[in-house]
Design a protein around this ligand. Structure first.
Ligand code: ADP
Ligand code: MG
Length: 266
């Protein structure tokens, strides 16, 4: 079944294009892109996840075999391949993935010499966005041209922050990049929300970091915090989101609550 056969859950509400972004690696961006999209799918929403990281974690995490792909987001971005040709279904029937492979790593350099190089992804998403309730862009851990393309193409940003020392380090750089893109290329860009990941209830550190992040980002921080949960870490190796791999685990329940909060905020 193709993505146009499945109906949107919010036909009266415009689609939201949200970049899942933090230039630090390992903070839970891809995990959130996979599991939040699946949880939203379970609430009846139709979601496209654009894998925009050459590591392709959303692609493999949703069980898509990279070796079998003829085309990926690299071809869409730089070889004029229509995105419709690369979008794939997933085990969660309302979620679709535009996949990435290591091929996308070449885009960072090739983009430099392109015309309107910052706006290519926007030109790709705009014509199809109204097919979906949400489009997520899973960003690479850098502030290069792929990430700038994501910032230009998005309405807003979802920032996962890991509960650890120096959690806020580097985020001022992200906020600066956001401001620069807002001034020059995408005036409507805003923060959608901040989600705390890998929260450990047994340590006071997690609590301290949460407080620090609340002081900095205030009302943007979601009430739902995602706990550190082994099932969340295991799920990608089974090619399934947590909602399908371990639906009553703490991790699945947390992403379910986050999806409800996201829908309310939308
Ligand atoms: N809530 C969680 N509990 C346990 N492990 C997690 C959780 N969130 C992420 N992880 C693990 O942490 C690692 C980094 O997460 P990932 O989403 O790939 O980060 P990023 O996309 O920001 O680089 C992965 O191995 C992932 O399985
Ligand atoms: Mg990632």
């Amino acid at each position: 079944m193709g993505y146009t056969d499945i109906k949107r859950g919010f036909p009266d509400r415009p689609c939201k294009v949200i970049a899942i972004i933090n230039q630090k690696g390992g903070v839970g961006k891809s995990t959130t892109a996979i599991n939040l999209s699946a949880a939203l799918g379970e609430t009846g929403k139709k979601v496209l996840v654009i894998d925009f990281d050459p590591q392709g974690n959303c692609t493999s995490g949703y069980g898509i075999e990279k070796e079998e792909l003829e085309h990926d987001m690299y071809d869409v971005l730089l070889q004029d391949e229509p995105i419709e040709n690369v979008i794939s279904g997933t085990p969660e029937k309302r979620v679709f993935v535009a996949p990435a492979t290591i091929q996308l790593a070449g885009a960072e350099i090739e983009l430099v010499s392109q015309m309107a190089r910052e706006s290519i992804l926007k030109g790709i998403i705009d014509p199809i966005r109204e097919e979906f309730d949400y489009v997520f862009i899973d960003c690479p851990p850098s502030l290069g041209l792929l990430t700038i393309n994501a910032l230009v193409a998005s309405d807003s940003l979802l920032i996962p922050i890991q509960c650890e020392y120096y959690a806020l380090e580097g985020l001022t750089k992200l906020v600066e990049s956001m401001k620069m893109v807002k001034t020059r290329l995408n005036p409507k860009l805003q923060i959608f929300g901040v989600v705390m990941t890998m929260y450990d209830t047994r340590t006071s550190l997690s609590k301290e970091v949460l407080e620090e992040v609340m002081n900095y980002f205030g009302k943007f921080v979601f009430k739902t915090v995602i706990p550190r949960n082994v099932k969340i870490a295991e799920a990608p190796s089974h090619g399934l989101p947590i909602t399908m791999y371990a639906r009553s685990s703490k991790g699945a329940l947390a992403y379910g609550r986050l999806a409800k909060e996201v829908n309310r905020r939308g």
